[in-house]
Design a protein around this ligand. Structure first.
Ligand code: ZN
Length: 160
């Protein structure tokens, strides 16, 4: 069976960056299960998986535009230390959850200087070319419930 809209695919993946550093991998874990055609994974990866079948392995490099987006410098802000409420000490690289006008989000602390903290709301992988090594473990038709819910049930998915 080929991966197409409204199939469930289980994939093993390793994601590396341009410096060949591993950013994420399913190794040692369950394969990733996702519902194809629903935008659950980044567009470039979804496009690369279209039409593939169980047992296939391939590598694909995905541009930022088809990955987590290009970096947007206007998403970097300096805020007074006193405006940040949270547990414990702040440190560079720490991720903070925010509840702004645009809804909940995550920002990364990129600089701390005296009473000013610089935070960056770009996705940590924005602006990066992503290199995936993929093996497809299983492809099956999605159930009516899965299509209605927009997510996978069972192994690697939701249990409810
Ligand atoms: Zn469900």
């Amino acid at each position: 069976m080929q991966i197409t809209t409204d199939t469930v695919a289980l994939i093993d993946y390793t994601l590396t960056n341009d410096r060949s550093e591993t950013i994420d991998s399913s190794e040692g874990r369950q394969p990733l299960a996702y519902l194809h055609g629903q935008g659950q994974i980044i567009p470039g990866l979804e496009k690369a998986l279209e039409g593939k079948t169980a047992g296939e392995s391939f590598q694909v490099s995905i541009s930022p535009e088809e990955g987590y987006g290009v970096r947007n410098e206007s998403l970097i802000a300096e805020v007074p230390r006193a405006n940040i409420q949270g547990p414990g000490e702040l440190s560079v690289g720490m991720q903070l959850h925010t509840r702004g006008a645009g809804g909940p989000g995550v920002v990364t602390v990129t600089k701390i200087e005296n009473d000013t903290v610089t935070v960056d709301a770009n996705h940590p992988l924005a602006g990066q070319t992503l290199h995936f090594a993929i093996t497809i473990r299983e492809v099956r038709a999605a159930t009516a419930d899965e299509i209605a819910h927009g997510h996978v049930h069972g192994p690697g998915g939701h249990h409810h």
